[in-house]
Design a protein around this ligand. Structure first.
Ligand code: TXA
Ligand code: MG
Length: 371
């Protein structure tokens, strides 16, 4: 299949109209949102929705989010909204929040994967909103990556995964937030975060009072996550990845990278600007480290995380070591992605020692704290 690529700088309306026409005709088009790129189909057309699963290689038991452009568009999709759902819509829409609500009969089985609920989100990105309005239907859209790879945050990363598999890609530049929307189940007695994202736990608590977090998000393999998609290994680069967490994460990562370099290993390092700068100052020239930095602060980390994880696959290091941040604010969402990317191979770097938080088979040079 030929995949059209629309640059939106010139004549965006014509491109969006053409893309909307393809969606109405049952085809799939990738489009930008404020979180990540989505792979969109007419959300009320079960046959069209099935094509999304084929393009992504996505398991059929993983339901999709329906994207809308106006609040009232949710009404036909659900049998009813409770006070929590309404409060969340009023406060956080349009924006990076998905709510899970009781599903109505018009929602195809393919969208909700047989569940009696449906996930709905109103994105704030102008191109996403314009596309939904022009298509005249809710747009079912997962992230526009091949299943298992990091979500794409720019049109080139979408093209890498989807060229030849879908009808077109709308290039709206880079996504500002960079991690997927927060998914909140409003049907449980206490609203529950099923996936942390751009709207933080603190923001939700301020609006709703008590909010729970799905216990399976801590990475306990014995627990089954309530959002089917959260059970899959995700975001993982091809090389094995190890993560340092805790107050001394940056320092221990720096020391380990230098030890690894001395052993002649080709190591990928994921860290912030400050650690990258210190690391570069301590290294011999011609070093075999591939140091990728996200900038400084959690918003920078969220914005660049997926594109950095994808970059490691282009340079093929033998292993990757990354540095975690605390879980306040956006930290919860980025740490959820980072831990998955590392396959839960996690070391805790405290003041005077390194301990295994989860995982096994760590290379020895990661485990020693320099004096
Ligand atoms: O930011 C986003 O949400 C992006 C952009 C494109 O909008 N979309 C996205 O979709 O991340 P996807 O399909 O990659 O992730 C949707 C998540 C999955 O973990 C899925 O299992 C969960 O939402 N989900 C969807 N419907 C659900 C439902 N009825 N109950 C529980 N979880 C649901
Ligand atoms: Mg996804």
């Amino acid at each position: 299949m030929e995949t059209k690529f629309w640059e939106l700088k010139k004549n965006p309306e014509a491109a969006i109209d053409e893309a909307a026409g393809l969606i109405r005709a049952g085809e799939i088009v990738a489009f930008p949102t404020e979180t990540v790129y989505g792979l969109g189909a007419d959300g009320l057309n079960g046959t069209a929705v099935t094509k999304i699963f084929a393009a992504k290689g996505r398991p059929a038991d993983n339901p999709l989010i329906l994207h809308i452009a106006d609040t009232e568009q949710i009404l036909p999709l659900t049998t009813g909204l409770n006070a929590n759902a309404r409060a969340l819509m009023e406060t956080f829409w349009p924006g990076p929040l998905t709510i899970v609500v009781p599903r109505s009969e018009i929602v195809p089985d393919a969208v909700s994967a047989g569940l009696d609920t449906v996930a709905v989100r109103m994105p704030s990105h102008p191109v996403a909103a314009a596309l939904i309005r022009a298509a005249g239907c809710p747009i079912a859209a997962p992230s526009a990556n091949v299943s298992g790879k990091p979500s794409p945050t720019n049109a080139q990363d979408v093209a890498e995964d989807m060229t030849g598999k879908i009808a077109g890609i709308l290039d709206g530049g880079s996504c500002g937030i960079g991690v997927e929307s927060t998914v909140v189940d409003t049907t449980s007695p206490v609203p529950t975060i099923l996936r942390p994202g751009g709207i933080t736990r603190e923001m939700l608590e301020e609006r709703l009072g008590a909010v729970e977090i799905d216990p399976a998000l801590n990475g306990n393999p014995a627990l089954r996550p309530k959002a089917p998609g959260m059970k899959y290994r995700h975001y993982a680069p091809q090389a094995p990845m190890y993560l340092y967490e805790g107050p001394q994460a940056g320092q221990r990562l720096l020391e380990a990278a230098i030890r690894g370099q001395k052993q002649g290993l080709c190591i990928g390092v994921l860290c912030d600007d400050a650690v990258k700068k210190r690391l570069e100052e301590s290294l011999w020239r011609g070093h075999t480290l591939e140091i990728l930095s996200w900038g400084s602060g959690k918003p920078d980390l969220a914005e660049h995380l997926f594109e950095l994880l994808r970059s490691f696959d282009r340079v093929s290091p033998q292993l990757i070591i990354g540095m975690g941040v605390d879980e306040k604010g956006l930290g919860l969402a980025v740490m959820n992605r980072l831990r998955k990317a590392a396959g839960y191979q996690i070391l805790l770097a405290e003041e005077d020692r390194i301990t295994v938080r989860s995982g096994s088979g760590f290379p020895e040079f990661l485990l020693t704290a320099d004096r």
